[in-house]
Design a binder for this molecule. Sequence first.
Ligand code: ASP
Length: 333
Amino acid sequence: MSDLHRRSFMTALAAVGGALPLAARARAVPQKDAATIVSTWDFGAAANAVAFARLKAGGSLLDAVEAGAMVPEADPTNHSVGLGGYPDRDGHVTLDAVIMDDAGGVGAVAALEDTVHAISVARRVMEKTPHTFLVGEGATRFARDQGFPQQSLLTPDAEKAWRDWLKTADYRPEANIENRRPLGDARDHDTIGILARNAGGRLAGACTTSGMAFKMRGRVGDSPQVGSGLFVERGVGGATSTGVGEEVTRIAGTARVVASMRAGRSPQAACEEVVRHIAQLRGDAIRGMQVGFLAIDPAGRVGAFCLLPGFTYAVTDAAGRTVVHPAASLFKS
Ligand code: ASP
């Protein structure tokens, strides 16, 4: 690069920095009750506790969100994340995960098999490869080559649920397998999205899942896709999603939430805008489906909104106190 080019490149970079919306910069002033860690669903409280402890021990934001995401990944009773996740319709448990900081760092894996901690493999993709996203056999081989312990992720419980499902093999995105409760319900859709913020307003996030139970082999949902399952932008905010991934992916849901915050909306107003957009765009096609967004800004303001009642999220403040909240929903049932 010539000096002239370098100078104009630096000027352009400075201009980009200077172009941060005023509203976003104002939000960097921490507020009373500012959140430090937020995550999806009520079991997120346990993940937040581990993430918070990691921060307190001097860990980075990435260390914190990774450690938090690992909690449900290791829990065999959680049937939508990591070990014990429900398999695809061919009986394979496949994991999707993404990790992201607010300085352009991104790593993701999809359709990963045989490694419990997909989030750690995603981080390894970010830190050890020239790429941002590895999938399928390549991701599985990378994890093995990196020394991650290999094991079957299909627990007896999950295998039994799959064999029961095979009797009808009825995959209906509007309803779950057992009793037609909304797909994306906490009981069988517990993807964890977790966002962490430090006192300087810097942000990082992680999202990890085994995806929709009994999905087609090869199906990848929103969770590992930057801008769908997770998006983080310095000086603006971060967002994560859960629920029926196809409905998030088709509109790049979390990129939209963050764009809405960039335009000056609060995290709450941004989540509401995007949920309403899905409803308007999809009409009857999303009847009975759950989608939820959770967002945080650099000042620690939090927002959450979903299509149907039932989505909860855990908020941990700077003192380490955690409260689980029900998110407001667009529809009543
Ligand atoms: N969003 C996830 C997916 O579609 C599922 C979930 O949140 O439970 O893969």
